[in-house]
Design a protein around this ligand. Sequence first.
Ligand code: AMP
Ligand code: GLY
Length: 447
Amino acid sequence: MEPAKGERAVRVLIIGGGGREHALAWKLAQSPLLERIYCAPGNAGIAAVAECVDISAVDIDRLEEFALKKKIDLAVVGPEAPLAAGLADRFHRAGLRVFGPGREGARLEWSKIWAKEFMARWGIPTAAFAVFDDYDAACRHLEKHYAGRPVVVKADGLAAGKGVTVARDSGAAVEALRAMMVEKDFGAAGERVVIEDCLEGEEVSVLAVTDGSELVILPPSQDHKAIGEGDRGPNTGGMGAYAPAPLLTAELARKVEREVFRPFLAGLEREGIDYRGVIYAGLMVSRSEINVLEFNVRFGDPETQAILPLLESDLLPLLLAAAEGRLAAARKELDVRWRDGAAACVVLASAGYPGPYETGKVIQGLQEAAPAEGSAPGRKDGVVIFHAGTSFDSQGRIVTAGGRVLGVTAWAGSLPAALQKAYRAVEKISFEGCYYRRDIGPRALKK
Ligand code: AMP
Ligand code: GLY
């Protein structure tokens, strides 16, 4: 593989088809280094900035065939499933460059047990825990240690974001355990579980681009996981986000680097794990204490929609340098710069989500909400609508095609201004059953 040169013409393939992938495509499409950008499978919004290819994000055979045929220089993987399935390993064997870890690195996300043990091995702060593969033993542990006190039960494997139960006491936790280990609600993913202390505090996500030896930390962000205002109701994939999150002061940010990311890199090196991509640390912050709740091995969604509009410099050379393992050497020339101010993303969802919902509803007002000139990336403020679950109907109209439909995103000189801009745009958009939270951001505004 040739190292990147200044005037290189790069052919990119983004894998995935949600708001995160739209944000990546939108930002990468602005790069002067870019020759062509494809997205598999993409969506109706991504089609405006990339050539969508009708291949599923987990169809590794066809993705590999496509990437070879189109001489792709960089594959950028959005979701965890293809990473857990070993997409990056396959692509590497075929001589393709990938932004996203191999199956071994992705284990930090596809096995919560392995992630907890990795943290324990490398002294990364996290809640005290125990691991079980036997239901009765797990129940005894709950009764012995958590009678009348909150506790968290986690299925080991990937469970579409539903594998974690924060239980108010051991009784409620036993129910969750039963669903996982006896009823097998999550199949093999729930055969083994983590039982851990329930932590208090406020959550923040810190993402870093890494090549396994060096890292570039992105502005901290906060997701809003619950469907209802005031953080009530069931958890979703995320109903909105903003960045930077003022909760993470400069001092805490240094602590995260020192106590989480540096030991993470040391652990990778000592365990011989090749990791090129994003590491996402979901943190619980309580005064000056930080603990890792989870690692994800990919960009967060919707966090990425709020982070990328803040990136002033080019994203493509950063991802290339990480994929090529030369972040430390490239650091100076990369000159990663972030814009002052803040960005906010408000997710518009289909009625019923995260439960069952209907699709195929015509979406109106997209042009009015975000006129093309208003989303030019160089502007000090702007609005851009990232599509999550959309497609074209037979008449070429943009219709809903998922639970999370749009991520209405704005950036401005301050968080209140960004939120106001985003909500103004939201009001111009309509589709039958459109639901969104009106309270994205108040925790930050209180600071
Ligand atoms: P995870 O997938 O591990 O991030 O868990 C999903 C959500 O469960 C997190 O975003 C937290 O809100 C919550 N959670 C996970 N672990 C804990 C914990 N030890 N204490 C309190 N809440 C937790
Ligand atoms: N927004 C949470 C995640 O991407 O995992």
